[in-house]
Design a protein around this ligand. Structure first.
Ligand SMILES: [Zn+2]
Length: 432
């Protein structure tokens, strides 16, 4: 029996442990916002991995967005050294989950096991992936105690809100430098036979149009900011949206609709604020003097962020050329550049081989429509050898009755385990 077969058998034998671990993780509600129970889940992971011989570091991201005494931003990093020098393989999972929302038929924090699926908020995004990577790493270090290099597992905060109190903070502290870590796998739910190479870019901005307040019965005495914004939207419909639809990428983005540039209008607010639900009065007649729109532009690796901004500026200029008294302001809220790991990067090659060996089919390569923590590992950590690979169906993320399949977790744990053998066991050791 080959070493890989032995490891896969060992992972199968740990099925009950994998199920219980996933359920335990789901039962710690780590809702973000506000960032609940981060310390609790870090302590839980620390206790488990310390018991398996990992060295533990708990790192609080002091002063990052949302960090407070009530909601501290805790992260855990566990590292196990091999018997000989070599590369470090790091599995990074975020510990936070998004709001539950409506429509659940199971307890979102119950971790119910039904028909081979474990249900709960975060089951697929991404406590199932975290559990699979832990089982893979534990089985590997038990079977191959003489391995080269090191295995790391991190549980990090705030991915769902940008990762500033999580991977970005750790990257700034040197946890993801190419000297310390050589291969990173992020077990996000991208389906067990797909390797995610990276993501599109993001540009968020707020546009504000200005007017002049006046009595609503004499709007000609004022200047309506909402009408100015209406003109901006019309120009977007006429020129910007059609232009974006024509921009196609060579990145293997899924789903198909995200292979082009996209723009979402996140929100529009103009005039008086909406009343509280229990307010029974009428509004007062005023011409709105301000209207604000938040846009969410997702761009392609072939695009330049300066051009992305210039297109929106052109819309505003065109409107300004046509309308008297058109005054506006535009503020950038957030930006992330696109990132994509090369297909010949070592971690991509090794995981692709492991997928073929485990699933009996070639791996698919994909790029995510939205961003995830790879951006920080790339930009701050300067580490290019990074992918997302993990169990779970991407479309279930953030939905009611989110679940992860136990067989999918087992299969992806095998892929992770085989990858560890390929990267950390040298031929002379594996022959034994
Ligand atoms: Zn996620």
């Amino acid at each position: 029996m080959t070493l890989s077969d032995r490891l896969c058998q060992e992972i199968e034998a740990r099925r009950d442990d994998l199920i219980a671990l996933t359920q335990d993780l789901i039962r710690i509600p780590t809702l973000n916002p506000p960032g609940e129970n981060y310390r609790e889940i870090c302590d839980f992971l620390a206790q488990r991995l310390r018991g398996k011989g990992f060295a533990i570091e708990l790192v609080r991201a002091f002063g990052t967005p949302g960090d407070s005494e009530k909601y501290p931003r805790w992260n855990v990093i566990a590292r196990k050294e091999g018997a000989q020098p070599g590369d470090c393989v790091h599995f990074n999972s975020h510990i936070d989950v998004v709001d539950v929302g409506r429509g659940w038929t199971t307890d979102p924090f119950g971790g119910e096991l039904k028909d081979g699926k474990i249900y709960g908020r975060g089951a697929c995004d991404m406590k199932g992936g975290l559990a699979a990577s832990i089982i893979a790493a534990e089985a590997f270090t038990d079977i191959c105690p003489d391995f080269h290099g090191a295995v790391e597992i991190s549980g990090t905060a705030d991915e769902e809100s940008g990762g500033f109190g999580g991977v970005a903070y750790l990257a700034e502290k040197g946890f993801f430098t190419p000297e310390r870590v050589q291969h990173v796998i992020i077990p996000e739910p991208l389906n067990k036979d797909r390797i995610c190479l990276g993501h599109r870019g993001v540009w968020w901005a707020e546009i504000e149009t200005f007017g002049e307040i006046a009595h609503g019965s004499m709007p000609f005495l004022g200047d309506c900011a909402v009408r100015h914004m209406g003109a901006v939207m019309t120009e977007m419909e006429d020129s910007l949206f059609p232009a974006l639809a024509l921009k196609r990428t060579d990145m293997p983005v899924v789903p198909e609709g995200a292979k082009q540039s996209t723009l979402n209008i996140n929100s529009i607010h103009g005039g008086q604020a909406e009343n509280e639900a229990d307010f029974t009065g009428l509004p007062s007649p005023c011409v709105p003097d301000s209207c604000r729109m938040v846009i969410d532009r997702r761009f392609l690796i072939e695009e330049n962020i300066d051009d992305v901004q210039a297109e929106v500026m052109q819309v505003l200029k065109t409107v300004g050329d046509r309308r008297d008294q058109f005054r506006y302001d535009i503020r950038e809220l957030h930006r992330v550049l696109p990132t994509m790991t090369e297909k010949d990067a070592p971690v991509v090659q090794v995981v692709a081989k492991a997928i073929a060996a485990t699933m009996g089919k070639e791996a698919d390569y994909v790029v995510s429509p939205g961003t995830y923590d790879q951006k920080h590992i790339d930009r701050i950590g300067k580490l290019k050898n990074c992918i997302a690979y993990g169990p779970g169906i991407l479309d279930l993320a953030h939905k009611p009755d989110e679940y992860v399949g136990v067989d999918d977790m087992i299969d992806s744990a095998k892929v992770m385990g085989r990858s560890l053998i390929d990267l950390l066991v040298k031929p002379e050791a594996s022959a034994a």
